[in-house]
Design a protein around this ligand. Sequence first.
Ligand SMILES: *Cc1c(COP(=O)(O)O)cnc(C)c1O
Length: 447
Amino acid sequence: MTLQQDTPTARRLRTEIPGPASRALQDRREQAVAAGVGSVLPVYVTSASGGLLTDADGNTLIDLGSGIAVTNVGHSAPAVVDRVRKQACWFTHTCFMVTPYEGYVEVCEALAELTPGDHEKRSVLFNSGAEAVENAVKIARVATGRQAVVVFDHAYHGRTNLTMALTAKSVPYKHGFGPFAPEVYRVRGSYPFRDAPGLTGEAAARTAIDQIEKQIGADSVAAVVIEPIQGEGGFIEPAPGFLPALSRWCAENGVVFVADEVQTGFCRTGDWFASEHEGVVPDLIATAKGIAGGLPLAAVTGRAELVDAVPPGGLGGTYGGNPIACAAALGSIETMRNENLAASARRIGEVVLPRLRALAAETGVLGDVRGRGAMLAAEFVEPGTREPDPGLTARVARACHAAGVVVLTCGTYGNVVRLLPPLSLSSELLHEGLSVLEHAVRAEVNR
Ligand SMILES: *Cc1c(COP(=O)(O)O)cnc(C)c1O
């Protein structure tokens, strides 16, 4: 059963973007909603399905953002909708800390099975990525009896007080919001496009490890927290060898290696988790975004002896592992399995990367094209240099939006266009979205 009369199957522009109905809603919003919450593209959505969004003016847009890597299974995926609808009829909330239910346990069983490593695991569920990362740090501190947390340049881990401290970029995430949580230390990461040419992952890791040992002391470090591919910081894939070297150093020094897979997880990069690409087995893994097809759910999964070091009552929250969100996660995981969405992500990368590379060669303004699976990016620079061009990036994104294609930007320098299509996106819509992006870049370059 669907509540919509017609499910659109193609991009369709009936008005300018945003149209009059969206603009009227934007006016209302400005009188009611906090200015601190931004919106990339203020078209007001009335329905969405697969890889298409329909707005209040009847325009249908191609979604190459998936609500920031959340609707990996596509909008309103049937298995998600079906399970959510049933669960909403059965019960909506009891609080797992008061009277538990099977869905929570089933999600934790699935996480134990799907995350890297075949050691004994335990999971705990939350509502947001930031909450998961915070709780990974809580667990690591209790399990090690140490306090220091190591994070990296360009890192993004969330907007709560502790995760603001873990996040690198000041404006807009941190500026004015201090004081921040103590015992957080930032070290160099690996950013192949901007590092010294030829710097290996091992060498970059040695620099980071040297900073840790000299400035903090290995025996004070509870956890190293790292995104296997950095998200908001610019879709930065570290040089091969960087993550394995760090993970090895953590194991040798009793430091908990925490992978923040909030954005990279759940088939996005062509594996269930990005850590798998180099065979890295995190001690703890934080997940959220793609886990539940759009419902708010997050998790920390990790070695049983670490997670269970926290005594009962130390972890949890009123809504953590809400039964409807758990039902959605089970529907989402089932869809990823049945439709082999990890393979779909790899196919998306195989379509997008060659087209972006050709565009880079043609126009000279894409300094770097990178990504894995369906987590893809182009970094805009002044031709022939590595000088970031955030102005061009913003203009290209706006031109895509005006043409009915949702793309997102990111990066410490604001100069990266990132593509995060739903993994179920059809090849036709993917190619059409890319054509719009190419046209936007050419038009800007030839202006
Ligand atoms: C989005 C994100 C977070 C924060 O998740 P929220 O659900 O927004 O709190 C943390 N880490 C990474 C890598 C993210 O991309």
